[in-house]
Design a binder for this molecule. Sequence first.
Ligand SMILES: *Cc1c(COP(=O)(O)O)cnc(C)c1O
Length: 376
Amino acid sequence: MKIQMVDLKSQYEKIKEEVNAGIQDCLDNTAFINGPAVKEFQQDFEKYLDVKHVIPCANGTDALQIAMMALDLKPGDEIICPAFTYVATAEVMGLLGLKPIMVDVDENTFDIELNGLEKYITPNTKAIVPVHLYGQSADMEKILEFAKKHNLFVIEDNAQAIGSDYTFSDGTVRKTGTIGDIGCTSFFPSKNLGCYGDGGALMTNDDDLALKIRMIANHGQEKKYYHKVLGCNSRLDTIQAAVLKVKLKHLDEYSEARNTMADYYDRNLAGISEIQVPIRAKNSTHVFHQYTLRVKNGKRDELQKYLGEKNIPSMIYYPLPLYKQEAFQQYVEEGFSLPATEKLCSEVISLPVHTEFDQDASDTVISEIKNFFNQS
Ligand SMILES: *Cc1c(COP(=O)(O)O)cnc(C)c1O
């Protein structure tokens, strides 16, 4: 059987009956929009995350956009975000007339680099968006301190790290996405908690913000047909909520299986001097949305080609810094460059990670990587 980057099929086989029953229930009740499963999933998710409010929406990109709308950010306001991330993080800023201030990441943790961040602060800086890339938390304690000092909102882009725990220096443990003013996540099928289509959610402990977020996600209305602010139409379908309700119960198991596979890769690949296996952040657990190697001898693209020839999938997240994307040229001076981001774009490669540990698949991936480096 061909190795998959993400094995949603074997995962589905194990929960098939329960998922099918949940979907059938939606069909039987024709409750496609705002059916009971939406509220039920919301409440289960609030409990799981230990957060006061979860507001489901249509996808992770909408979640980010709604967060920025709810914080009353105005055109011209500047928002700090990493340059090494998925486009959605910064794209929504552009759509709202906000200016993304793209900064570097730590080349070991892949998360936003806090040293030297002061130089980006201007009177227009209003928010910071840490991205918990690949499945482990950015250094939230330092980010909160920095945000407090400069009076910034914190919006966590938690699309890749749902379920991971961040530990503060006083021992307090919090789930990522519940630490900043607002957390955003995505239920895209390949995410750690994925549905069978598009879906997303916002998280907050602030009652007023929660009300505002709900209103914005629902055409800016508090009461039907009375529109207080400009909003959008962003809902989680009942069918998707029914799937998520089932999968949420397995999320911790899935994270464990991902960790088992990651540990196995680590043990078997750590001896290869040309690669760097993922470095675990000190204060965060890792949920391995991606298992990402750094290839240090300039042969990343050759390795990917080689693996492809052996039918082993791999992905490059991300090949181009945001500031080099054509769509983002309006936000940077010519020649703008960030050293760690540049380096990572040419070094990273993500390997298959599954929610069911598959020894054979792992062994195949490992032995082909070893073959490649022995040959080259
Ligand atoms: C997936 C992802 C998003 C967007 O989520 P969608 O549901 O696809 O809109 C945003 N940020 C990051 C870091 C992501 O990985």
